[in-house]
Design a protein around this ligand. Structure first.
Ligand code: SF4
Length: 372
């Protein structure tokens, strides 16, 4: 996303003193929303921050007491840059963009990311479900984010056992039954899960490629809230256990079903939340620099100046139709490059629910614009 204005840079010929840095901030920074960054001796970005009052915030660094983080950052800074943006919301987005780009050592953003985990459905000949720290652009499917790594791990273990998906390493040799002629015949699974029928054992030619991918498809549809096959398996086992008067086992199966259901419900709720974060958001800006944010499924798909003239209104309406008219899969998976922004946007509206008063469904926005 483009910043609202050009960065204002302070470029000294030799390392400035703390007093010189402060004087430069005093002379040039304005009290309006913005994003700033502190650079180290080699020009590296040490820290990125934002404020609705950039000048006041930057000057506060020079008043920080010894031992405070702000004093340490400014003590290492050889250069300070800042850029003004129209609003607090714009500053939040820009700060995130810069933190993701530079990963500054004094920002804790990536540490906050570490609290989340994701379920990854790999794209391998025999795909696996894994719990991973972060989503990446590797064409795999990601579900989440979740908190509570162990409970996610437990639920995945259940899902894999029920659908008989493998959980071994990527290097495990795979040979499906319909490829048997290509490999020496050896029917022994490479681990106990195959012997216990908790895995279809594609390592030992115990299933065809189609059988394995059908099980993977059941897992995918379950995670997306479209099918309940794993729960149906558990319920059938519960019925059998109850009919044999194995009530303890039936109760254990019920608890396992609950854990699985909980994870699935979280994903469905996430999908619902994403769907509610789809609207045209009007943000009044500093000095009349109003902006429109076209939010779809929680991420900003376009940022536009608020239209004033008839020509601008026509261009804006065209862009709104493009953004909201494009087909979008209704999945519980989130594209990895959008996750951080979705979390930020969701948090913004959770903490500032009054902001939703300036959020318009796209069709209503177009109606109002056309009748204006
Ligand atoms: S049985 Fe084979 S494919 Fe299944 S988890 Fe074990 S090693 Fe992997």
């Amino acid at each position: 996303m483009k910043p609202a204005g050009l960065p204002i840079a302070v470029l000294p010929s030799k390392p400035p003193t703390r007093e010189e840095l402060r004087a430069q901030v005093r002379a040039r920074a304005e009290n309006r929303p913005g994003v700033y960054r502190m650079h180290g001796p080699a020009g590296e970005v040490l820290y990125v921050g934002k404020s609705v009052q950039v000048r006041t915030r930057l000057l506060s660094y020079f008043r920080a007491a010894r031992g405070e983080k702000a004093a340490e950052i400014v003590g290492h800074a050889h250069r300070i840059e800042w850029e003004h943006v129209p609003s607090e919301f714009a500053a939040l987005l820009r700060e995130l963009e810069l933190i993701k780009r530079w990963r500054p050592p004094y920002n804790v953003q990536h540490k906050r990311d570490a609290a989340y985990c994701f379920v990854k459905l790999t794209r391998e000949p025999a795909p696996r479900l894994l719990v991973v720290d972060a989503a990446s652009n590797d064409r795999a499917l990601y579900y989440g984010p979740f908190t509570g790594r162990q409970r996610v791990r437990d639920a995945l273990r259940e899902l894999c056992d029920l659908l008989q998906l493998r959980d071994c390493g990527a290097a495990t040799p795979i040979r499906f039954a319909d490829q048997a002629e290509l490999f020496p015949r050896d029917d022994a699974p490479l681990c106990f899960r195959g012997d216990l029928r908790r895995c279809l054992a594609p390592c030992a030619g115990r299933c065809t490629r189609k059988e394995y991918l059908t099980a993977v498809e059941f897992a995918r549809r379950f995670l997306e809230g479209d099918a309940d096959r794993p729960l149906a398996i558990l319920h059938a086992r519960m019925d059998v256990a109850a009919s044999r008067l194995q009530f303890e086992y039936a109760a254990e199966l019920r608890d396992r079903a609950q854990r699985l259901l909980h994870i699935r419900d979280e994903l469905v709720a996430l999908r619902g939340a994403l769907d509610t974060l789809s609207f045209v958001y009007h943000v009044p800006g500093h000095g009349g620099e109003d902006r429109l944010y076209l939010l779809r499924r929680g991420s900003v798909r376009a940022e536009l100046p608020y239209p004033v003239t008839q020509g601008e209104r026509v261009a804006t309406a065209k862009r709104v139709r493009e953004v909201y008219g494009a087909p979008e899969p209704h999945l519980s998976s989130v594209p990895p490059h959008r996750i951080a922004q979705i979390l930020l946007v969701a948090r913004w509206f959770r903490l500032n629910p009054q902001e939703l008063e300036r959020a318009y469904p796209p069709e209503r926005f177009l109606d109002v614009r056309q009748s204006a």
